[in-house]
Ligand binder design. Structure first.
Ligand SMILES: [Cu+2]
Length: 482
């Protein structure tokens, strides 16, 4: 029952709320239900270190945003207030939820209006480490989108938690103070697999056509884990013999991250929150933008250690955290590990024979140097995505299994992301695999990747590169259930 007075009171809020018809909104607003979480989007200060205080847009004044713990299958209500002057969107990355609440304008999710609010309700799934972040386009504005501090971890608790660890530690890796540059310094040679000649030829032809200077890239001045530069936050305090489960989230706008802990190995138990078929041990973690890794570390090498990015420059500017054993003293030590090539197929099912797809969709990715106002334009099968036309768009049918085959005719690594669905890796860097379920996968320069997804969740579904700079300049497509 709706109380008339409540309806009138909430009626005043209606112009601020979303784009649905007013009776639906009034019902929702007047319901006595209390939100499980409230997120407030506003500018604030992030203190990465005493001499590195950054003004940016934050969730609840925190950097990173608060850890949101949901329960798998239990309806959750989140009130989002937007205290900024521009429309915002909160995307629930890695969850299978309706387009209306997923938080992508391309899928039809309504914006949270400036100085307005929107109540969002959904049933969280699947269990595991997820991510929430803004999904607005930044284009050339480095004060918008994921260049800001609007990022935070989500953990969806499974109905049964096996809990084979002593403690869990969340690590959110994120940089601040972006600026434009020409040419990047990102590691490019760490992925398993070799470049494909035919793709290099296609890339050369595009370079010959788009001769102009290469487009702008984005670089950063300050880096941190859990909002603090290396040496400025509280260390992670551990005891010898403990098994620590690290939940690592690369919340960057476009950077690829590595992470090593001297003298320790990571046993990878989940990728993008999904348990892996083979829990392989690795010396280094590599995470493309928006990727997550859950890894167990046996604390068997007492000392005070720097757990950090392999890149000297990024580590020097804060990308690391101190791990301190009880009773250990002295300065934190860093040791650079030997180069290590990241291979997703290590975590797959050996000798698997996955189901054949009902249909295969191929996408050729081409870079047009500096073609869009000084920025590189990205095309998928010859088309750059446009909000005006909502193209390219691919029709899909419920219940069918689709294989997406991506062919990268550029030298950049692209963290490919599919909304509202998980996918199964089928072939990476020339190697077949199965059983690795993800929602982001890095596609190497001049390489190919194949993954399958089952169309089980009707509604517009966005696909894009998770590099903000790439998605904003064409690297997106829509899947539309017929
Ligand atoms: Cu990309």
């Amino acid at each position: 029952m709706i109380d008339r007075r409540a309806l009138l009171a909430y009626g005043a809020l209606l112009p601020l709320m979303g784009s649905r018809s007013w009776p639906a909104q009034a019902l929702e607003a007047a319901a006595p239900e209390k939100a499980d979480y409230t997120l407030r989007i506003a500018t604030g200060l992030a203190e990465l270190a005493p001499d590195h205080i950054v003004s940016t847009t934050l969730y609840n004044g925190q950097f990173p945003g608060p850890l949101l713990r949901f329960k798998q299958g239990q309806r959750t209500v989140v009130d989002v207030y937007n205290d900024t002057d521009t429309p915002e969107l909160v995307h629930w990355h890695g969850q299978m939820i309706p387009s209306e609440v997923d938080g992508a304008a391309e899928e039809g999710s309504p914006y949270i209006p400036p100085h307005g609010m929107r109540r969002i309700a959904f049933v969280p799934r699947p269990a595991g480490l997820r991510f929430y972040h803004t999904h607005v386009m930044a284009g050339g504005d480095l004060n918008r989108g994921t260049y800001t501090g609007q990022i935070g971890p989500v953990y969806i608790e499974p109905k049964n938690e096996p809990g084979a660890y002593d403690r869990e530690v969340f690590l959110v890796l994120k940089e601040c103070e972006p600026s434009f540059s020409r040419g990047g310094d990102m590691a490019m040679d760490f992925l398993a697999g070799a470049p494909i000649k035919e793709l290099q030829e296609i890339g050369k032809k595009a370079d010959a056509e788009f001769k102009g200077p290469k487009g702008y890239e984005v670089g950063y001045d300050v880096f941190g884990i859990n909002g603090k530069m290396l040496g400025h936050g509280e260390p992670v305090r551990v005891k010898a013999g403990e098994r620590v489960l690290f939940h690592v989230l690369n919340a960057s706008a476009g950077e690829i991250r590595s992470l090593a802990l001297p003298g320790h190995a990571f046993k990878v138990v989940a990728l993008d929150g999904n348990p892996v078929p083979t829990q392989a041990e690795v010396p280094v973690l590599w995470l493309g933008t928006a990727e997550r890794i859950s890894a167990l570390v046996e604390m068997n090498h007492p000392g005070v250690w720097v757990m950090a990015d392999l890149d000297d420059d990024d580590r020097g500017h804060g990308m690391g955290i101190v791990i301190e054993y009880a009773g250990a003293k002295g300065d934190a030590q860093w040791q650079k590990p030997k180069p290590y090539r990241w291979d997703y197929t290590l975590f797959g099912k050996p000798n698997a024979a996955p189901a054949p797809p009902d249909e295969t969709i191929e996408m050729l990715i081409v870079k047009q140097n500096g073609a869009d106002g000084g920025f590189n334009r990205w095309t998928l099968n010859g088309k750059a995505f446009s909000m005006a036309t909502m193209m390219p768009k691919y029709a899909i049918h419920q219940g069918r299994r689709y294989r997406l085959k991506f062919r990268n005719a550029s030298d950049d690594i692209h963290p490919l992301h599919l909304h509202r669905h998980s996918f199964e890796l089928m072939r990476v860097g020339g190697k077949p695999t199965a059983g690795v379920i993800k929602d982001v996968v890095m596609l190497g320069g001049f390489q190919e990747v194949e993954f399958d997804f089952v169309a089980h969740d009707p509604g517009l579904t966005l696909f894009h590169c998770h590099q903000q700079l790439h998605m904003d300049f064409g690297f997106m497509a829509l899947f539309d259930y017929a």
